[in-house]
Each structure stands twice: as structure tokens, then as C-alpha cells.
Ligand binder design. Structure first.
Ligand code: MRU
Length: 347
């Protein structure tokens, strides 16, 4: 385990409260918000106080604990019915990442009526979901690093790091492990318009660990590849369908097509909690449409011509044919030949 590069935790449970590092404020301020009500947890996921597929799943799991605790205090016999609506709302906070629904199903599987202390059982399950995610990231870090050649230069997109997970990160976990192993010599990160996950979050967490990073605007990625400055693209995912199609931050698809054109390898890193075997292909994934203000303004200030409209899909689908490897904690898949068949993630 590589603790030197594992220092950031976006979600923490302390004294029966949920602590979230407010990612809207990074990198300039490190503010933690403390939540005790499930409705506030749902709002925090919607507002992207916490974001990234595994991190919102973990947050939702702790949200169920808060909901159950409050409902149990009101009615030890009827608490499950009382929180049905809360769970429904949590599940709809953001539509694309399947980890959210996956974590809620795991929590619901612990709702047995004969449970002597349901709150303790639920908290244990939420903590377990959290720890399993960190463990999966370490495993994927090892598996992904094995695929990389020496002296490798990588580009990542969005933030698939500690901030997007329980800790350590998926794509950034591989980048951390590959850098620690001396295989990665250069790390590029797309700034990731419009929310700037790359320049605000990925750069921040790498620099927390004193890992050098070079930012570029997404539009520069083609030139980076054409100028032979990068060997591998490594990204995370919000949902992977049974055929190996990958939903991830808007702009990922463009990178994958460019990578194929320029002979750059393309790796997706995601735990099996991101795999949705119920969907046959990416056309069935709901793509979140976010507010047009994210495109038209920065910090509340207009940056576009007044009257211009905006289109702001938050994710896109990269077809399996453009992906060389999907790294999960259960093994590496080459989706072009096998889809996601080796994966068993039934809850
Ligand atoms: O809108 P976001 O910031 O939640 O989008 C996050 C991503 O697209 C990440 O790449 C994905 O969730 C994988 S995180 C390990």
C-alpha cells in the first residue's frame, strides 16, 4: 500500500454525523460541511458538494444511516416505511452514476425486520462500502500499473481521484501507483469544462501529494497526441454497460476517438460497483443535463454574450470499440472482445 500518496478523504463519518469536504470551494478553500439530515445529503449530491461516482454512492449509504436513525427515533417498528421516500429522493439526486443506486440497494439489503440494532448494522454496512471502495482502488492501482510501459506519459480527464471515491482514486489511483513505481514520467490533466474538475480538483489532489501535473484545455488534447507528447489516456467511469460501453465526463468520447487515431492507448478504471449489467449498451444510459449557467457563467459572472443559449450534457458515452482496457478490482477486461462478461457485481 502506498500511503504516501493517499492523504485525501472527501467523505468522513464522525460522531454520528456525515462530514463532506465541499468540492465546490476547492482548491482555494478547504471547507467541511457537517450533515445530520438525509434531505441535506440529497441536496449536497445534487449541488456537487461531493461528486464522482463512487463518492456519491458512499455518501448516499451514510445518508441512509442518517435517515434510518431519525426515523427509528420516531418509530422503532415503522422506520423502514418512513424512509422509503428519502431513499427514492437520494436515488434520483444524480442520474448517470450507477454507484448511487448500487449503494442504496446494498443498504436496503440490510433492512431485515428482526434486526436487534438496525442502525448499528446500517452504519457498519456504509463503512464497509466505504472501505471496500478504497481497497478496490488500491487493487486497480496495481492492475493498471502492470499494463503501463516504462517512461509512460499519461493524460487524464475530469477528476477520478481520491475526491471522487472513498480515497486514493480510480484513474488517479493508477496514476498514483504508476508514478510511485517510477513508470509514469509525465501527467497531463484536462481542465474539464465547465466545472473544472481537472484544474480545480485533480491538480489540487496531485499537488497535495507533490506529484507534478500539467493542465491543458480539452481543445489542446488533439495536439498533445499529434505531437507525440502522451502515451496513455487513463479515465474513470460513471457507468459501464454489459457490452463495455463507458459513460464518463463529457469530453471522454472525443479523447477516445482521438487516441485511436493517434495510436495512444485508452484505459478506463472503475470498480465493479460502476458496472451495470442490466443495460446492454451505452444508448440506454441516462445522461444528466446540468444547468446552462455552468457554461454561461463563472462564479456567478456572465462570460457569454447575453442571450446565448447553452447545451450542457454532463457525461458522454465512449463505445467499447475505442477502449483498450477496463480495469476493475476483479480483473482487467478488454471490452472489444469480451464485453463485461467476467464481472459479477450482484448485490
Ligand atoms: O460530474 P462529476 O464530477 O460527478 O463527474 C465525475 C466523473 O465523470 C468521473 O470521471 C467518474 O465519476 C469517475 S470517478 C472515480
Amino acid at each position: 500500500m502506498n500511503h504516501k500518496y493517499d492523504t485525501v478523504r472527501p467523505v468522513n463519518w464522525h460522531d454520528n454525523q456525515l462530514h463532506l469536504l465541499d468540492q465546490r470551494k476547492l482548491p482555494h478553500e478547504q471547507v467541511t460541511i457537517i450533515l445530520e439530515q438525509v434531505s441535506d445529503v440529497t441536496q449536497a449530491i445534487k449541488d456537487m458538494v461531493v461528486r464522482g461516482a463512487p463518492a456519491i454512492g458512499i455518501t448516499a449509504a451514510y445518508g441512509v444511516v442518517l435517515a434510518a436513525k431519525n426515523a427509528y427515533a420516531k418509530s422503532p417498528t415503522d422506520w423502514q416505511t418512513l424512509i422509503t421516500n428519502d431513499i427514492q429522493k437520494l436515488s434520483q439526486a444524480r442520474p448517470t452514476a450507477i454507484n448511487l443506486v448500487w449503494a442504496l440497494k446494498r443498504m436496503q439489503s440490510k433492512f431485515a425486520t428482526n434486526n436487534a440494532d438496525p442502525i448499528a448494522t446500517l452504519l457498519q454496512e456504509a463503512k464497509q462500502i466505504h472501505q471496500e471502495d478504497i481497497d478496490a482502488n488500491y487493487k486497480m492501482g496495481e492492475l493498471g500499473t502492470e499494463l503501463l510501459p516504462n517512461n509512460c506519459r499519461v493524460l487524464t480527464h475530469c477528476n477520478a481521484g481520491a475526491l471522487a471515491t472513498g480515497g486514493y482514486g480510480t484513474a488517479l489511483g493508477v496514476i498514483r501507483s504508476g508514478y510511485a513505481a517510477g513508470k509514469i514520467t509525465e501527467i497531463y490533466a484536462d481542465e474539464t469544462r465547465p466545472w473544472l474538475q481537472g484544474s480545480r480538483l485533480t491538480a489540487w489532489e496531485l499537488l497535495q501529494n507533490k506529484i507534478p501535473v500539467t493542465l491543458l484545455v480539452e481543445g489542446a488534447a488533439a495536439s498533445l497526441m499529434r505531437n507525440k507528447m502522451v502515451d496513455w489516456i487513463i479515465v474513470g467511469s460513471d457507468r459501464i454497460t454489459a457490452n463495455g460501453d463507458v459513460a464518463n465526463k463529457i469530453g471522454t468520447y472525443a479523447l477516445a476517438v482521438l487516441a485511436r487515431q493517434h495510436g495512444v492507448k485508452f484505459m478506463v478504471v472503475a470498480p465493479t460497483s460502476t458496472v451495470d449489467m442490466n443495460l446492454t449498451d451505452g444508448s440506454q444510459v441516462e445522461i444528466e443535463a446540468r444547468a446552462t449557467e455552468e457554461v454561461l457563467t463563472i462564479d456567478g459572472k456572465n462570460i457569454a454574450a447575453i442571450g446565448a443559449k447553452a447545451w450542457n450534457p454532463s457525461f458522454d458515452i465512449t463505445p467499447a470499440e475505442f477502449i483498450d482496457f477496463i480495469v476493475t478490482e476483479k480483473g482487467v477486461v478488454e471490452p472489444r472482445s469480451s464485453g463485461m462478461d467476467i464481472i459479477d457485481n450482484a448485490v
